[in-house]
Design a protein around this ligand. Structure first.
Ligand SMILES: Nc1ncnc2c1ncn2[C@@H]1O[C@H](COP(=O)(O)OP(=O)(O)OP(=O)(O)O)[C@@H](O)[C@H]1O
Length: 373
């Protein structure tokens, strides 16, 4: 059995109106039926654009938001239904590292106080001396000097503060760490160091990670399995290499096509999918496939009426698209007016760039010759 299993998890936030008497006038379907599993010692990467529900899902795993429906099974226990008191026991084993280290660290507490607070609350260490010893050990593990103990968050650089955030999770000896955009607030030069640290810690301590990030490169590097979210739902999931080599959902293809490739030859022939239309509101998601309003491959049947299930394509690859196979083998071509699917050099050389960027007259057939997937 997987260490962490989500079954049909939903988090719907009520939208309330009224000055004196509040009434619920609708819901934000932030997470709307997500099922996935995370194996012990592995990293599950969660990607998708802002507002798709990644953070809410991470918070739901820790029960930091109310779960509307579904199960969060951790080590055989469904956390979604646990009474508060019992949940406390599990909380130590599931920790979170936040995007903004400064915002999540109390500026008036020194590092020893920040790190020992949670330990005392969870009964770790018989006394302060024992806790201090443990903190020293963890500080060394995350690459911070022992004299950090008596210093304050503002005395550290961004990268060091994120190390403190990681140390704060580690002192509680967790099994799972949810890393929510763990490096996106850091300079690029520092990002790799923090990612490497997370990997080293995983190896030496056998940690299990859920890494939430909008940066596909970060997720690819660190994840064993990657899940792509769109409007509260998982649209595709696969082992990291498979997902990046053969994205099958049109949304995943669009996301990937926005990432430049360092190899100039590949970059020149890279497929680019420019989606038209805005991201729909999670308070009023489209019927059928949630992506159909922006999908270049949208068909007249099924897409607008039937919500696709995540289907197994084999090898751990799952996709929620009615037409994934036909799109992959080219039987179904992208519509020119729904979005632009162009090979970059053809668009530039023929000076079709601006028109193509507006989605006006891209040749649907062009994609086939330039597909980098
Ligand atoms: N407490 C809340 N009450 C109402 N709506 C909320 C609440 N928290 C989040 N939402 C809404 O739920 C949706 C999903 O938000 P969430 O923060 O999970 O997305 P995200 O993918 O993590 O985005 P980002 O990367 O910007 O954090 C958004 O539309 C957001 O406005």
């Amino acid at each position: 059995m997987s260490l962490l299993e989500l079954n049909g998890v939903k988090v719907h936030f009520p939208v309330r109106k009224g000055l004196l008497v509040e009434r619920t006038v609708g819901h934000v379907y932030a997470v709307d039926g997500v099922s996935l599993s995370v194996e012990a010692g592995q990293t599950y990467g969660l990607v998708g654009e802002s507002g798709c529900g990644k953070t809410t899902l991470g918070r739901a795993i820790l029960r930091l938001v109310d779960i509307t429906d579904g199960e969060v099974v951790f080590d055989g226990t469904d956390l979604a239904k646990l009474p508060g008191e019992e949940m406390r026991r599990f909380r130590r084993r599931l920790q979170m590292v936040f995007q903004d280290p400064l915002g999540s660290l109390n500026p008036r507490q020194n590092i020893e106080s920040i790190l020992s607070e949670g330990m005392a609350a969870h009964g770790i260490g018989a006394n302060q001396e024992e806790r201090r010893e443990r903190i020293r050990e963890i500080l060394a593990r995350v690459g911070l000097p022992a004299n950090a103990l008596s210093r304050y968050p503002h005395e550290f650089s961004g990268g060091q503060r994120q190390r403190i955030g990681i140390a704060r999770a580690l002192v509680l000896e967790p099994d799972v760490i949810i890393c929510d955009e763990p490096v996106s607030a850091l300079d690029v030069s520092i990002q790799a160091q923090v990612i490497n640290l997370l990997e080293e810690l995983q190896e030496s301590l056998g940690l299990t990670y859920v890494v939430i990030a909008h940066d596909l490169a970060v997720v690819r590097h660190i994840s064993d399995v990657v899940g792509v979210m769109y409007l509260g739902a998982l649209v595709e999931e696969a082992p990291s290499d498979t997902l990046y080599a053969e994205p099958r959902h049109p949304y995943t293809r669009a996301l990937m096509s926005a990432v430049p490739v360092p190899d100039p030859e590949v970059e020149d022939n890279r497929e680019r999918i420019l989606l038209t239309g805005d991201l729909p509101s999670p308070a009023d998601p489209p019927a059928g496939c949630r992506f159909h309003t922006r999908c270049p491959w949208k068909q007249d049947t099924l897409c607008a009426t039937d919500r696709p299930e995540l289907r197994d394509l084999g090898g751990g690859h799952r996709v929620a698209c009615h037409w994934a196979e036909q799109i992959a083998d080219g039987t179904i071509k992208p519509a020119a007016n729904a979005a632009t699917v162009v090979p970059a050099p053809a668009a530039e050389e023929k000076d079709a760039g601006p028109a193509a960027a507006e989605g006006k007259d891209a040749e649907p057939g062009e994609k086939e010759t330039a597909s980098a997937t």
